[in-house]
Design a protein around this ligand. Sequence first.
Ligand SMILES: O=C(O)C1=C[C@@H](OP(=O)(O)O)[C@@H](O)[C@H](O)C1
Ligand SMILES: C=C(OP(=O)(O)O)C(=O)O
Length: 414
Amino acid sequence: MDLQITPKKLSGAVTPPSSKSQAHRLLIAAALSGGISVIHGLADSQDIRATRRCLSAMCAGMEDLPDGTLRVHGLGNGIVIAPPYALLDCGESGSTLRFLIPVGLLIQGEASFTGRGRLMERPLKPYEDLFREKGIAWKLADNVLTVNGGRGYGTLALDPGTYRLPGNVSSQFFTGLLFVMPLLEGDSTLVSTTPLESRDYLEMTRQAQAAAGVTSRWLDENTLFVPGGQTYQSFEATAEADWSQAGFWYAADFLDSRVDIRGLNPDSAQGDKAVSELYWRLARPGDTEIDVSGCPDLLPPLAVMAAARSGTTRFVNAARLRMKESDRLSTTAALLTALGGRAEEGPDFLTVHGGTLTGGMVDCANDHRIAMAAAIAATACTGPVTVLGAQCVQKSYPDFWEVYKNLGGDIHVL
Ligand SMILES: O=C(O)C1=C[C@@H](OP(=O)(O)O)[C@@H](O)[C@H](O)C1
Ligand SMILES: C=C(OP(=O)(O)O)C(=O)O
């Protein structure tokens, strides 16, 4: 779907959908438990559907109630996950794939993972290296990854112990391991061999586990101690509003729209709540530097703010942005330059020069956050903006265009 946007300021109230990151975690913690958990406020999106689909394929029960509540029938303390083989279609969701690979080792036989778009090209090496070191079967061929925890043969391939991973590729590997470690018979430690980036995402994992009565503790800033022999208890929880998505509405306000952003938890464990402070930092004129290693998903909306401010903004520690749904350093720079802005990418940074945006044609590169950033940038352009492939917002915010229109956005489908 291609859209033409005629620049208009937006106005009205918005409640962002519930946090995708929190939703993945609550679903997995509920599925690993031994009872029926109740989750309120889950927003629908392609990524959340992917996690639900995979957990269902592992035999967790998912029951949607008419009031929007989801009841999850857990697998039984994760000890026996029923099928002897499961084919798990992760769609385009990196979180689903990386969170569930270790969970797949609990299946009696093989678990195969597949995905679409760029998913299976996104990094998996930290798991591959670790699995090879531990003697766990790993095969990636023709877009399908197969792992085998060997549970059907009376052994548990994932032993308690020390697990070392680089901390600068994706925090999602740490989350995946952290989900299964408490179920092992003995204690484990999870060690980041480089300074751990996106640490708040691990805190979100620990928070979802805490809801299910599962604990771990930091020994130092790169080492997490995970007691073994724990079980996930069923729980009731409400998913909170998504700070990463709120970032786009903050950017709209930065560009002089009047969007009243509602429902956000200021004490949230979501690291992307940093947008509320970064907004004010960017509002001050002059050159500035922003470290996005802890909040990579904020880069597209922050870059749009940077394009309209007075001064140069350098986003640093951003190498991981190249490994998202698109190479986001490149696609964010391309988005801004296509609209008449000035931006340059480096290997691990993006420099954005403030100025005015004129309009033009943006290719979303199948990246939801590029599509939403383009929509917000359009509100400040002097001429029309064409957005190619706008349907990719389905990944995380399916009614984004509807909301944009309700706020007064002027869009029509080409
Ligand atoms: O754990 C999570 O929910 C996520 C972690 C981040 O990934 P990285 O840790 O790979 O940067 C983030 O970009 C992604 O959208 C969601
Ligand atoms: C990178 C993202 O998600 P994931 O890694 O789960 O695909 C995202 O939502 O921007």
